[in-house]
Ligand binder design. Sequence first.
Ligand SMILES: [Mg+2]
Length: 153
Amino acid sequence: MFVFLDIDGVLATEDTWDEWFALGSPTDRKHELLDPECVKYVQRLCDRLKAKVVISSSWRCSHSLGELVGILERAGLMLDVVGYTESRFDFDRGREIADYMEVHDLRPQDVLILEDAEVVDPFEARTVRPCFRGDDAGFRGPQYTEALRLVEG
Ligand SMILES: [Mg+2]
């Protein structure tokens, strides 16, 4: 299973960003933007699915893949990261994922998308969409359950 992983809205939330800004936006502590409970559930999901992870977050635009893996690991997230999606001129997240799937010959049933933004069809049925704001923001227990329901039926 390939998991397309967004960061803001999945692992980082409005609250964790506010806390990080309050610290003075320390660039060497970006791993603190990742909510520990969201980290736990994403780890649990990826372990269970033996997931190959593709970073689809815009964080890929400001960090190398190695830097991103370092940030994830400092937050306690040990994933099999195999790459990232390429940016499109229109920054359409769904089409960026579709482009990656086409290049790597992936079918919709091969993928799961964790993404708070709109993802265009035909991948809606393979998408779990947490939210960025609110007390229950991010990927937590309910989103974990939904993800398993999507992939395991
Ligand atoms: Mg996002």
